[in-house]
Design a protein around this ligand. Structure first.
Ligand code: GLN
Length: 452
């Protein structure tokens, strides 16, 4: 994999940092331990992984795709990082991402975009485009992403890979640099559903260091993936979400989706249409709640505690240094969201914007609850179109936001969801999105493995 990175990453730019020697050392430590007669630390011991550069690592830089963290080194490992190391998984390096995970194309990275391995004139999705491109180009067999509004599933869809956003709270956020805390969720990415399940098992579980971490048992996603591989979906009720199916989507995406529904039916699933009317307002709700949380979370980048510091030459006040550092260190999309969020939370506007958005969030959760009284899982296309050309949406924030249409509702509800490859449209990968109720992550793996 390191050789492959050497060959292709000059073009693709999946990685922001490659840990060549440390990865080899970790792999050799696994070999030595096995040679000494020890049991492997996990089923994935020795299988290398690409880590999104938003999880802290003591032995590598962590930038979150931002200039404001350039040169910063975390004094501690994220819980996910610790779990990976304990499982004997060598870390190949840190992958590129939209700055602070805000974006749908990886073009908002302060370190330049990642290219889609299927067509290098196109984006790999975002914000976790680096992790998805690393998988699709065979630079890494496993990767970790984070999904606040689709950043695991949407890159998976447009690179022909698998990505799962677990139930909110299922994977620890300790050491995950915050974008929007009530939405952020780390999760596993792979090239097959079973690989993804094995990785899910390694990273999921309760963490006392994360106050929103779930105490519930982790569903047996590996058993579910193995059960699904038999291809038998008899007794499984699948709902097609009417509101996530629109004539405005790319025709090839719609025909791939219709074919996927036929496959699920042929495997024995009972497929019905369900309506979730509040989903029409998911985008408006998300793009108020997310910036509100961003404006608060990113206040910590005050030029004193982390990374970049501009103007600290004895002639400027602390406030000036902070303003100069934030002006130089944050990119345009981050600044846009801090401004929107600050406005939405300000006195006099709070009820009209943030408060309303929270009410919509509740309505979306209720729509899901009603749907899951009738079906076990919901399905939709993961994205409205295949990968778009680099530069196409970068100056049009609304067009970029609209690309998240299908993935946002599950984040607002805190539910798990997965994207699995669903063939090609016009030569480019398409994803099938599978959604399930909270704590029923295993259903995604069963249906995903059967479909795959
Ligand atoms: N594209 C969405 C956004 O820009 C989702 C990002 C994410 O999931 N991190 O907010």
């Amino acid at each position: 994999h390191l050789d492959r990175i050497d060959q292709v990453d000059g073009t693709l730019h999946s990685f922001l940092h490659v840990a060549h020697d440390a990865a080899l050392d970790a792999a050799r430590a696994v070999d030595d331990s096995l040679a000494a007669g020890n049991e492997p630390a996990s089923p994935l011991a020795g299988v290398p992984l690409a880590l999104k550069d938003v999880f802290t690592t003591t032995d590598m830089p962590t930038t979150a795709g931002s200039k404001i963290l350039e040169g910063w080194r975390s004094p501690y490992d994220a819980t996910v990082t610790t779990a990976l190391r304990a499982a004997g998984i060598p870390l190949l390096g840190k992958t590129n991402m939209d700055e602070f995970a805000m974006g749908s194309s990886t073009e908002n990275s302060a370190y330049g975009p990642t290219l889609n391995p299927w067509d290098t004139t196109r984006v790999p999705g975002g914000s976790g485009g680096g992790s998805a491109a690393a998988l699709a180009s065979f630079e890494a067999p496993l990767a970790i992403g984070t999904d606040t509004g689709g950043s695991i599933r949407q890159p998976a869809a447009v690179t022909g890979t698998v990505g799962c956003k677990p139930t909110y709270g299922g994977v620890s956020r300790y050491g995950l640099i915050a974008c929007a805390s009530s939405l952020d969720q780390g999760g596993p990415c792979g090239r097959t559903v079973l690989d993804t399940a094995l990785l899910h098992q390694v990273i999921a579980g309760h963490d006392p260091r994360d106050s929103t971490s779930l105490r519930a048992d982790v569903p047996d996603v590996v058993a579910a993936a193995r059960a699904g591989a038999s291809g038998d979906l008899r007794g499984v009720r699948v709902g097609v979400v009417k509101e996530l199916h629109s004539d405005a989507y790319q025709p090839g995406v719609l025909s791939s989706f219709d074919a996927a529904v036929e496959v699920l039916t042929s495997l024995g699933a009972e497929v019905v249409e369900v309506s979730c009317p509040s989903f029409d307002h998911a985008l408006a709700s998300y793009y108020l709640i997310l910036p509100s949380e961003v404006s608060s979370n990113l206040a910590r980048f005050d030029a004193m505690r982390y990374g970049l510091r501009v103007g600290d030459d004895g002639t400027h006040s602390a406030e000036q240094v902070m303003a100069m550092t934030r002006a130089a260190g944050f990119g345009p999309e981050v600044k846009r969201r801090i401004m929107i969020g600050t406005y939405a939370l300000s006195a006099g506007y709070y009820d009209a914007y943030y408060g309303q958005a929270l009410k919509v969030r509740t309505l979306i959760a209720r729509d899901f609850d009603a749907a899951y009284e009738k079906v076990d899982v919901l399905v939709s296309p993961t994205t409205p179109s295949t990968a778009f050309p680099l530069g196409e949406k970068v100056d049009d924030p609304i067009a970029m936001y609209l690309y998240d249409l299908c993935t946002l509702p599950t984040n607002l509800a805190g539910h798990p969801a997965m994207s699995v490859p669903s063939g090609l449209a016009d030569g480019l990968p398409v994803g099938l999105q599978i959604m399930a109720p909270a704590l029923a992550d295993d259903r995604l793996y069963r249906v995903g493995a059967a479909y795959e």
